[in-house]
Design a protein around this ligand. Structure first.
Ligand code: SF4
Length: 293
C-alpha cells in the first residue's frame, strides 16, 4: 500500500479508505518518499513555517527596498492604514492577510529568505492565508504546519498533472496554484472535509483562469506583489464558499486540466517574457529602461 496519490480523486479515495486527513496522508507520503521519520518530516516543515513568519514580520518593521526598486514599503503602509482611525474597506482580517502577502513579496524581491511555495513569485499567498487565519483563530504552530502539509497535496497534484510555472502556464498557474494550496490548507485547518478542500482549490484556479504572466522588466516585483494580495483574498474567499457548503460544480482534476490547457494556449508574450501585458505598456517599458539602462 502506498500513500502516494496522483489526482484529487485519488486523494479523496485514499483519505476515505484510510480514514485520514489530507495532511496525515501527506506526512505518510513524505516518509515513504524520503525515508525520514514522521518527526523529521514534521520538523522540516516547522522550519518553513518559521521562515514564513519571519518574512511576514520583517516587512512590517523594516524598510525594505526591492532589487529593481519597483516595490518596497507596501506592507508597512497597509499595516499603518489598518491601525489608523481610517475605515478599511476589507476589514481587519483581510487587511492582515494582504499585509502578510505583500510583505513576503517585498522580502523575496530584496533577496531575503522566503519559502517558494510553490514559487518565489507566489510566495506571499500561502503564508498569508495560513498564518493570518492561524493567528486569528488561535491555532497552534502544529496545526498551521498540518495545514501546510494539506496545501502541499494540492501543489503536488497541480505540479504532477499541470504546472505551477508562470513561464509555462501564466500567472493563473503560479498565483492560482498558490491560492488553491492555501485555500485547501485553510479549509482543513478550519475543520472542513477533503471534498471541501478540493472544492475550494477548484474555486481558486477557476477565479484566475487565463491570468497572464507579465512581470515588469522581467522582475518578480510588479504586478506580482499585487497578485499575491489578490491571491490570498482568492484563497480566503474560496475557503469561505466551500466551508459554507457551496459545492464547486467542476471537479478539481478537471479544473487543473482546464487551467493547463488554457496555459498552453497563452502566447509566449504572456508567459513571463515581459513582452506583453502591463510589462509592455509605455510605463512598463520606461521602467525597464530606467532599471537596465
Ligand atoms: S506575473 Fe508572472 S512572475 Fe509575477 S507572480 Fe504572476 S506568474 Fe509570477
Amino acid at each position: 500500500m502506498t500513500y502516494n496519490f496522483t489526482s484529487g480523486e485519488d486523494l479523496i479515495r485514499k483519505c476515505k479508505e484510510l480514514n485520514l486527513k489530507i495532511y496525515e496522508i501527506c506526512i505518510e507520503r513524505e516518509v515513504e518518499l524520503t525515508g525520514l521519520s514522521k518527526e523529521e518530516v514534521f520538523e522540516k516543515m516547522r522550519v518553513s513555517l518559521n521562515i514564513m513568519k519571519d518574512a511576514i514580520k520583517k516587512a512590517q518593521v523594516e524598510d525594505i527596498k526591492s532589487m529593481g526598486g519597483l516595490i518596497g514599503g507596501e506592507a508597512k503602509k497597509l499595516s499603518i492604514f489598518r491601525n489608523s482611525d481610517k475605515r478599511t474597506v476589507c476589514g481587519s482580517l483581510m487587511n492582515k492577510a494582504m499585509t502578510a502577502a505583500m510583505g513576503t513579496m517585498e522580502v523575496n524581491a530584496s533577496m531575503g529568505l522566503v519559502v517558494a511555495a510553490p514559487t518565489a513569485g507566489s510566495c506571499g499567498i500561502l503564508p498569508a492565508a495560513i498564518v493570518t487565519i492561524g493567528n486569528e483563530y488561535g491555532f497552534s504552530d502544529e496545526e498551521m504546519i498540518n495545514a501546510m502539509f494539506t496545501a502541499s497535496a494540492i501543489g503536488a497534484i497541480i505540479t504532477r498533472n499541470a504546472t505551477v510555472s508562470g513561464a509555462e502556464g501564466g500567472c493563473q498557474a503560479e498565483t492560482g496554484a498558490a491560492a488553491a494550496m492555501a485555500s485547501a490548507g485553510v479549509v482543513e485547518m478550519m475543520g472542513g472535509s477533503v471534498e471541501e478542500a478540493l472544492h475550494s482549490a477548484s474555486y481558486c484556479l477557476q477565479n484566475v483562469m487565463g491570468l497572464v504572466c507579465d512581470p515588469i522588466a522581467g522582475l518578480v516585483e510588479a504586478p506580482c506583489q499585487g497578485r499575491n494580495a489578490i491571491g490570498v483574498a482568492n484563497a480566503l474567499i474560496s475557503a469561505e464558499l466551500s466551508l459554507a457548503g457551496i459545492i464547486n460544480i467542476i471537479p478539481f482534476d478537471e479544473t487543473v486540466e482546464a487551467m493547463y490547457k488554457v496555459g498552453k494556449t497563452l502566447p509566449m508574450e504572456l508567459r513571463e517574457t515581459a513582452l506583453g501585458g502591463v510589462a509592455a505598456t509605455c510605463t512598463g517599458c520606461n521602467l525597464t529602461k530606467k532599471i537596465f539602462g
